[in-house]
Design a protein around this ligand. Structure first.
Ligand code: HEC
Ligand code: HEC
Length: 154
């Protein structure tokens, strides 16, 4: 009897992650390599297509870093990102990410989008500054499955 109760608890826990949206991860090897070098390769569904196009057009000035590359390679990667963007192939997660972003806006940071801010508003400044976190863009510090597109609470 006891054993059954424990099994039921284990089952419901493992079923939980399915409730959170799965965000389609980057699978294109070239994009994974080029955009996963300094940070994880962020899922394109978190930003609209116009954001990726703008970002890919100014890689030599990428958040203070130089992420420049040959223009034909940048164009191939741009196409991959645009195809999976919030307003194209990003699916349900993409539709949610779009909420609150005006058509006149072209955000370059996922961490400054209304959806990200709303989902993280309960996290204190102290938490963000922990040495193992350091920056909001360090998704994997808190979401261990971030690279596979899994953002359930842990
Ligand atoms: C040379 C290192 C480097 C490479 C290569 C690089 N980035 Fe970045 N990226 C950074 C840095 C540094 C930041 C700023 C991180 C921060 O402020 O927390 C950043 C931030 C970002 C952000 C915003 C994160 C946020 O705060 O929401 C996005 C989106 C992004 N990069 C996408 C890309 C894409 C797409 C590529 C591949 C084309 C790429 N990056 C390649 C260094 C790099
Ligand atoms: C300091 C830890 C921390 C960092 C860093 C962080 N998150 Fe989160 N995130 C959380 C917590 C905690 C929640 C759950 C909030 C809640 O449910 O109220 C969350 C929720 C989310 C959700 C909503 C999940 C759902 O389906 O309800 C998404 C999507 C998400 N984060 C994406 C990201 C992305 C993308 C990054 C990096 C750009 C990131 N997070 C960085 C802690 C973090």
């Amino acid at each position: 009897m006891m054993k059954r109760i424990i099994l039921a608890a284990v089952f419901s826990l493992s079923a939980l992650p399915a409730l959170a949206d799965h965000v389609r991860p980057v699978t294109d090897p070239e994009t994974l390599k080029a955009c996963g070098e300094c940070h994880m390769a962020f899922q394109p569904a978190f930003l609209p297509a116009r954001s990726w196009t703008r970002m890919m057009g100014q890689l030599s000035d990428h958040f203070g870093d130089n992420a420049g590359m040959a223009s034909d390679k940048a164009e191939r990667i741009r196409q991959v990102l645009v195809a999976g963007a919030a307003d194209t192939g990003g699916g349900k997660a993409g539709r949610k990410a779009l909420r609150g972003i005006a058509l006149s806006e072209t955000p370059l940071r996922i961490t400054e989008t209304p959806r990200f801010i709303a989902k993280h508003e309960r996290i204190s400044e102290r938490e963000w500054k922990r040495p193992e976190v350091m920056t909001r863009s360090n998704c994997v510090a808190c979401h261990r499955g971030a690279e596979t597109g899994s953002y359930e609470d842990e």
